[in-house]
Design a protein around this ligand. Sequence first.
Ligand SMILES: C[S@@+](CC[C@H](N)C(=O)[O-])C[C@H]1O[C@@H](n2cnc3c(N)ncnc32)[C@H](O)[C@@H]1O
Length: 307
Amino acid sequence: MPPTGAGRRRGALQPGDQVQLTDPKGRMHTITLEAGKQFHTHKGILEHDALLGGPEGVVVAIGSTSYLALRPLLSDYVLSMPRGAQVVYPKDAGQVVQMADVFPGAHVVEAGVGSGALSMSLLRAVGDTGRLSSFERRPEFAEIAVRNVERFFGGPHPAWSVTVGDLAQALPTSQDDHDVDRVVLDMLAPWEVLDAVSAALRPGGLVCCYLATTTQLSRTVEGLREHGTFTEPQSWEALVRGWHVEGLAVRPEHRMVGHTGFLCTARRLADGVEPPVRRRRPSKGAYGEPAAEAPAPRTEPFRPDLP
Ligand SMILES: C[S@@+](CC[C@H](N)C(=O)[O-])C[C@H]1O[C@@H](n2cnc3c(N)ncnc32)[C@H](O)[C@@H]1O
């Protein structure tokens, strides 16, 4: 048996498969193939049967316009699927899977589910033998997520369960203590659920938070420090800059996605272990007290020392 969803990622196009049609200007339409069905645009009609049974990567004509037909990648699918809540962008989902060390067979807890975008990356990473226990407090978002995920994998994923409820209450009643390898939080206030997260994680387990603003990042990191059961948190953001490569015109794209979110991770200590003392003390003024020796205000414009 191929892993769940893998049969829909390769081979001849079958009824139920999604196909992305891209015109020469890069405009896209996504269709779900059905025998005998037609796809209409103002340019003309495409018979689904013209694609069914054949390979992807072919060019089909609608009127006088040619379209490249390919199965959407997960990153294409996520950006075009129906959304309830804002999704985790593919560049950040890749960071989560790698930096949270989500491994095949892992037991991962996720909240909230939102539109299910991150759930799909996590499900691919844990695989059919892992477990992804996802929590979402808004039932209407959970419904959208389940539809998106099942459409992508071609049916229910054996590793996935979705619980409707607030993580702080639902996690302790649904998981045994110390039974979870990774917790991934994409929600407004992760600092409010740290007791439940800490109880669920195994020693050495990891919590990864995705946060939209600096204030959320700050509260989360300080909350993890104060909790006393986690290692010193690591924080970062990922910037991805596309490049235009054409003949001698090789340069960064003029536009880029400037901001999506911040990431932060920390590991669960064993019970009763004091977090090691931080070797670098916080700088003066970091927690609001006046800095004793604040640097004098700069009057000259800053000029770097050039060699
Ligand atoms: C930005 S969305 C998540 C998007 C999702 N990661 C994706 O990629 O599609 C945040 C979600 O967290 C849910 N949420 C916020 N606080 C929660 C809590 N305490 N327990 C469960 N879900 C929560 C919200 O209802 C919302 O759907």
